[in-house]
Design a protein around this ligand. Structure first.
Ligand code: SAH
Length: 214
């Protein structure tokens, strides 16, 4: 394999931005060490890819801060046979991280150009178990429900009800919920007909635009 010149920056990112802030799940840390984040940002921004912040990816959208990707991945608690649904493909980076932990990932993206970019990025890094779909993710993807994990990477006033319906028994959903400018990260666990809510801190995401979003 060709040596990756960005690997030292990536290992430092995982150590200083993620492990030292309390995320210790070894599978999550390994996934973040393995996915070349610099290949999911616009050309010329490769070094910024490993900084402690989100980055613009075009069309007014952003790739989330590495710590937030790690936190949401840890909260999703994905197993190797799980089927995961992501809403908001963006760059495809979060999907690539989840793909290392899950059986398969379906990621829904509203903007066709952004979806095409995510597909190209995922292909370039050799990720095979992610399907990028264009559509309104606030409706979920009933065709392949239920999902053991659902992750929403854009912010909505509340968790879209179709996503709760498409969650498997025992499944986890992680989403930023709240106002347009600031949200709370919410984790929902389905237990039969009951949904248990936990809060995991304040976050800031671009809006989820659609039938059950803004
Ligand atoms: N997970 C991405 C970051 C997502 S940014 C990454 O790893 O890079 C949020 C994305 O959600 C944007 O690309 C935006 O176009 C998309 N989005 C907004 N509303 C949506 C909807 N209703 N369905 C699907 N995608 C949506």
């Amino acid at each position: 394999m060709v040596r990756d010149p960005y690997e030292p920056m990536r290992l430092a990112m995982v150590e200083y931005q993620i492990a030292r802030r309390g995320i210790h799940d070894p599978r999550v840390l390994d996934a973040l060490r393995q996915v070349p984040r610099h290949l999911f940002v616009p050309p010329g921004f490769e070094r910024e890819a490993y900084e402690d912040s989100p980055l613009p990816i075009g069309q007014g959208q952003t790739i989330s801060q590495p710590y937030i990707v790690a936190l949401m991945t840890a909260l999703l608690d994905v197993g190797p046979d799980d089927r995961v649904l992501e809403i908001g493909a963006g760059s495809g980076y979060q999907a690539a991280v989840l793909a290392r932990l899950a059986g398969g990932v379906i990621t829904v993206e509203r903007l066709p150009e952004v979806a095409a970019q995510a597909r190209r990025n995922l292909e370039r890094v050799g990720v095979k178990n992610v399907e990028v779909v264009v559509g309104d993710g606030t409706r979920g993807r009933p065709e392949s429900a239920p999902y053991q994990g659902i992750i929403v990477t854009a912010a909505a006033p509340r968790v879209p009800p179709p996503l709760l319906e498409q969650l498997a028994d025992g499944g986890r959903l992680v989403a930023p919920v709240g106002g347009r400018d600031l949200q709370e990260l919410v984790r929902v666990v389905r237990r039969g007909g009951r949904y248990e809510y936990e809060h995991a801190g304040p976050v800031r995401f671009v809006p989820l635009v659609g039938e059950h979003g803004w």
